[in-house]
Design a binder for this molecule. Structure first.
Ligand SMILES: *[C@@H]1O[C@H](CO)[C@@H](O)[C@H](O)[C@H]1NC(C)=O
Ligand SMILES: *[C@@H]1O[C@H](CO)[C@@H](O)[C@H](O)[C@H]1NC(C)=O
Length: 499
């Protein structure tokens, strides 16, 4: 058994790296949209709440920007505008974005209130770069030169309602123009303009701009609308439920060096029902952030298969990424679960789950694997999958993942690649606790955080970005501690524009 799993792992890694796959026919309705035509992208997708805003920045051509404006809270309940008010939850966690406007790299440390505790490393930030982390009002962060944490250049104290913390020893654009050589001045100006853009954006939307103006484009992939609580979308998919698991020896023959092989997919067909399509019901559980619940996304046989694969794998202590250039760290207080990774090439069953997920997202399944020559138009910049492998996570009693964001604040790269959508798949019913919480959901009735209960086979989809390309602070979420029993979950992270 162990050897079989080991072999599977080796084969799947091999498959991921070297096998060029024969994809399905490309879906030509998939289009990419640029920054400026995002509001009217060939009629493919236009978010109704993108509103035109004028951007006038010093030394730049004036231009239009389509900013996402949250509709009035009353409309979340199908009530007339202005008839309800937002009830903020008691949760006060937030995102802290740190911008380094110095000509040299810096390191950010979190300083505990307890003077005996050593400062905790958060992130390195390159010159004119940025990084972010989840934080709370009152938290103190130290700015130090790279490689010398004994010198504190600056201290930030986090204030409620402000997520932007700027380290700028140069002090002004005028001073920068006097002292910086031209390529550096350009990078200084990029962050300077971004802050000026943030001022306009914040006035217009009531939200801060966490991305980088001119570098971060609006997501090019479809986003489901979420207009009111309880709204239902239906998704039709050809990836119908697996009703029965192939026997072990049948399964051996399906070990997919190429899971896109039509024969393998046909072989799987005999374990499915006679229906040609599966109808999934997607219910809005939160409007802002956009969170959807899809019951019976996975069939019992599919859940069993994923668990069988998981149980044959060695799970390791989860790590969490701090910031964009930060090294991975294990932080026992933040994340106590165990995890492992599962490729879609591992089995035709997992491949089918990924294809169904692509249908759920209204995206081409080719985006979730290496693309062929004729599919390059989907993401011209790269052939690599825009999603991570499925992450398998196990929580024991008391284990949790404290509130965090799935997006990172990238540095100054074009396109600002970051996580776009997250799909969680629950693999068991938890006796008590273990809910996924969205403590910053916008609502007009309760001060409680939103809790989504794990339920075997259920999927939860949420977006980490907004339709205008900003990162959605409200997408902050947590895995609440398991009270009784254990919790098995797998999740899919999809990037925009790519990994
Ligand atoms: C609002 O109306 C939509 C469409 O009729 C419906 O699906 C949804 O459940 C309603 N939401 C609320 C909160 O009443
Ligand atoms: C979706 O809803 C329809 C109508 O209520 C129901 O017949 C169908 O079984 C549901 N689909 C799933 C996968 O639960």
């Amino acid at each position: 058994m162990q050897i079989r799993h080991y072999l599977l792992l080796v084969l799947s890694v091999f498959a991921l790296l070297f096998v060029s796959v024969q994809g399905d026919e490309a879906d030509s309705s998939e289009q990419t949209c640029t920054w400026s035509d995002r509001h009217n992208c060939g009629g493919v997708y236009r978010d109704a709440n993108l509103k035109e805003m004028q951007v006038n920045l010093v030394g730049r051509e004036p231009e239009s920007f389509f900013a996402y404006v949250h509709p009035d809270i009353s409309t979340f309940y199908n009530k007339t505008e202005g008839s309800m008010a937002i009830t903020e939850t008691k949760f006060n966690g937030m995102m802290g974005k740190f911008v380094n406007m110095a000509a040299t790299p810096i390191t950010i440390y979190w300083k505990s209130h307890d003077p005996r505790q050593e400062p905790v490393y958060i992130s390195q930030i390159e010159a004119y770069g940025a990084a972010g982390t989840a934080t709370y009002p009152g938290h103190v962060f130290l700015v130090t030169p790279l490689g010398d944490s004994s010198i504190v250049l600056h201290e930030f104290q986090v204030v409620k309602g402000n997520s932007l913390y700027i380290y700028d020893p140069i002090g002004s654009l005028k001073e920068a123009q006097k002292t910086l050589p031209s390529p550096e001045l350009e990078r200084y100006k990029l962050q300077y303009d971004n802050l000026a853009f943030n001022n306009l954006y914040e006035q217009f939307t009531g939200r801060q701009w966490l991305a980088l103006y001119g570098r971060k484009e609006a997501p090019r992939y479809y986003m489901w609308p979420a207009e009111s609580f309880g709204q239902v979308h239906t998704v039709v998919t050809k990836e119908t439920h697996l009703l029965e698991l192939p026997s072990d020896d049948r399964f051996e023959k399906m070990i997919p060096l190429n899971c896109h092989d039509p024969e393998l997919r046909e072989a799987l067909q005999q374990y499915k029902g006679s229906e040609e399509t599966l109808i999934l019901n997607m219910t809005v559980v939160s409007v802002a952030p956009r969170v959807f619940e899809i019951k019976n996304f996975l069939s019992p046989a599919e859940v069993q298969h994923v668990l069988e694969v998981a149980l044959g794998m060695k799970l390791s202590q989860s790590t969490t990424k701090a910031g964009s250039v930060g090294q991975e760290r294990t932080d026992d207080a933040t994340r106590t679960s165990k995890n492992s990774w599962l490729s879609r090439h591992r089995s035709p069953i997992i491949d089918s789950i990924i294809r169904r997920s692509a249908d759920l997202l209204q995206m081409d399944e080719a985006l979730f694997r290496r693309r062929n020559k004729d599919e390059e138009y989907l993401v011209p910049e790269t052939k690599i999958p825009i999603s991570e492998r499925l992450q398998l996570v196990h929580y024991d009693v008391g284990q949790q993942y404290t509130p965090h964001h799935d997006f990172s604040i990238p540095s100054t790269k074009h396109g600002q690649p970051s996580r776009f959508a997250t799909i969680l798949f629950y693999l068991n019913d938890v006796q008590s606790g273990g809910e996924t919480s969205f403590p910053r959901w916008m609502n007009g009735e309760k001060k409680d955080i939103l809790r989504v209960a794990p339920e075997v086979g259920k999927a939860v989809l949420f977006y980490n970005q907004l339709p205008d390309g900003n990162y959605d602070e409200r997408s902050q979420h947590a895995a609440l501690p398991v009270g009784k029993g254990e919790k098995w979950l797998t999740n899919l992270w999809v990037w925009d524009p790519h990994m």
